[in-house]
Write a new protein. Structure first.
Length: 274
DNA sequence: AAACGCGCCTGCGGGC
DNA sequence: TGCCCGCAGGCGCGTT
């Protein structure tokens, strides 16, 4: 389940492997619908376009091409974007591939099909329906504790739900929300607006910390994530609470508990997190 | 308006 | 052993 760190690592991998290459041929491999249908004219539009930049917004991978075209890719829950050599044999759930001028093949694979591939004029990205309601980038300088305080102080929902809401902060999924709340010793069910200033500051710092640490360690590979070269991350070995229900807290040795919040599991230490 | 709940989808693990 | 059910969750959208 790629979150912000995993997407960031994929973007870095793409920059090192396919920046400045040309898409010789784009191939649709299935007619199955992803989160949205893949645009009908995608193959035609991408043919002979050059990759001039690669960027990330939230969990979206933006591959900028010449002629002011941006290819937008989202991996959903189970998507992979892999760079293979030309001897690659297609696998189950491969949806799209791109033959590149250096002989590599970029392959989009997504078993659960919660992901997305679409196009946008590069100049219109910020106002695109997928982007216009997105909140702040947590690794940007603008993500200060006073910014987080303004976001949270009126909210009557649980703090974990609030920090996972993409219209507030982008890229913080279930893993990193659980981990950052643990490190800042905040109960995930606390009402967001009830947090004290020092708690907000801690939460802001721990969100940034876990995201940066995860990037340093190649992301978290639970079951679906791999970088563009297929390498697995190892931040999952550093989880304090995520997936550790019934195991001992790394701080106090009490048992980690799990409960559902807004349809997702929350892992926390009832002794450490108040 | 904010908050919440649902459904999309496949793989897999637990239980019988 | 094998089958079936329930869970996993990013995200948009509909409802309250």
């Amino acid at each position: 389940m790629p979150e912000l760190p995993e997407i960031e690592i994929i973007c870095r991998g793409l920059r090192s492997k396919i920046l400045n290459e040309t898409i010789l041929e784009a191939k649709r491999l299935t007619n199955l619908k992803l989160r949205q249908a893949i645009p009908l004219d995608l193959e035609c539009i991408l043919k002979n376009k050059k990759i001039i930049d690669i960027s990330r917004r939230a969990k979206y991978i933006n591959i900028h091409l010449n002629d002011s075209i941006t290819l937008i890719i989202h991996l959903g829950m189970s998507g992979k974007l892999l760079i293979k050599d030309k001897s690659y044999d297609y696998q189950k759930h491969d949806h799209f591939s791109f033959d590149l001028s250096n002989g590599d093949v970029a392959v989009y694979n997504d078993p659960r099909r919660f992901g997305l591939i679409t196009l946008c004029d590069t100049n219109d990205l910020a106002s695109h329906p997928l982007f216009r309601n997105l909140g702040i980038e947590p690794l940007s300088e603008a993500f200060t504790s006073s910014y987080l305080e303004i976001l949270m102080h009126t909210k009557k929902q649980a703090v974990k739900v609030a920090i996972m809401d993409n219209s507030n902060i982008v890229g913080v999924g279930n893993i990193y929300a659980s981990e950052s709340l643990f490190l800042s010793k905040i109960d995930p069910e606390r009402i967001a607006g009830s947090l004290k200033r020092r708690e907000i500051k801690s939460l802001r710092d721990k969100i940034v910390y876990v995201l940066e640490e995860a990037i340093k360690r190649g992301g978290s590979s639970i079951k679906d994530y791999a970088s563009v070269g297929g390498e697995l991350g190892y931040f999952q070995n550093y989880f304090n609470v995520y997936g550790r229900e019934g195991k001992q807290c790394t701080i106090c040795n009490d048992l980690i508990e799990a409960k559902k919040q807004a349809g997702r599991r929350s892992f926390y230490c009832p002794a450490c997190q108040k």
